[in-house]
Design a protein around this ligand. Structure first.
Ligand code: NAD
Length: 256
């Protein structure tokens, strides 16, 4: 049902972004994949996604830590019916030890990039007479954990931006919502395991079971396909009146 629509997914050469791109392509949307790299594999990924789903897929390199490149991504795409602000990084450290440059990078990539892309995409959606902005926040947009100051601040921030975007477009057929994943086993989570092992003096298995999934009452990781399915739902007519809210896909984490 998304035939003829174009979706731009930031940070989509791996993990949740790629999972969302997969499901939007399965629903018929043309896709713009993005990351900060410009590797052969990035372009090959676009080709294979296009072949798999019979849609057009382009890969456009842009570094989401740079405001100009965020804006240029949308301008280069030239059309944006669905914008998924997904690019994100993590750093785990106590506040006194948290490197200032990591704070700045996390705020830039996980929060400010969505402001810049949305600023360019909204006029395109208005011109087209339809649009969806989907911000990938986190359970950490609604709750906190120690040692993740920048990440939690950025994710709470993007939920605020989601509400403002929704209100500014409320009279138009344009919605903006956030998806709040719990733990999904993607590279960003994989990379946290060694730090968490050090911080908690635990084995890998114990970090997964006692630190990560301890917060997730289902006891299971959520999957990238489930994030993609939620994005597809938010693009469907059933979601026309869903705007300015966040949908948790977290195995019950935020119910605790
Ligand atoms: P990931 O590391 O697999 O993916 C992150 C993506 O962002 C990659 O494609 C990477 O290339 C891209 N990226 C990183 N820096 C970038 C930059 N400067 N410019 C452009 N692209 C950049 O991680 P993921 O788990 O798929 O995370 C995707 C989003 O989901 C993030 O916003 C993350 O905070 C959020 N999230 C993840 C989880 C989880 O458990 N995995 C939970 C909640 C929220």
């Amino acid at each position: 049902f998304l035939g003829g629509k174009t979706a731009i997914v930031t940070g989509s050469n791996s993990g949740i972004g790629l999972g969302v791109a997969q499901e939007l392509a399965r629903a018929g949307a043309d896709i713009v994949l993005n990351s900060f790299t410009d590797a052969d594999e990035d372009h090959a990924l676009a080709e294979s996604l296009a072949g798999e789903h019979g849609v057009k897929v382009r890969y456009i390199q842009a570094d989401m830590s740079k405001p100009d490149q965020c804006r240029a991504l949308i301008e280069k795409a030239g059309v944006c019916d669905i914008l998924v602000n997904n690019a994100g990084i993590q750093h785990v450290a106590a506040i006194p030890d948290f490197p200032a440059e990591k704070w700045d990078a996390i705020i830039a990539i996980n929060l400010s990039s969505a402001f810049h892309t949305t600023a360019v995409a909204l006029p395109m959606m208005r011109k087209a007479g339809w649009g969806r902005v989907i911000n990938v926040a986190s359970a950490h947009g609604l709750t906190a954990s120690p040692f993740k100051s920048a990440y939690v601040a950025a994710k709470h921030g993007i939920i605020g931006l989601t509400k403002v975007t929704a209100l500014e477009a409320a009279r138009e057929p344009i919605t903006c919502n956030a998806i709040c994943p719990g733990y999904v086993l993607t590279p960003i989570v994989e990379k946290q395991i060694p730090d968490q092992m050090k911080t908690h003096s635990m084995s890998r298995e114990d970090v997964i079971a006692k630190v990560m999934l301890d917060r997730q009452p289902s006891g299971e990781f959520a999957t990238v396909a489930q994030m993609g399915g939620t994005a597809v739902f938010l693009c469907s007519p059933a979601a026309d009146q869903i705007t300015g809210t966040s949908i948790s896909v977290d195995g019950g984490w935020t119910a605790l």
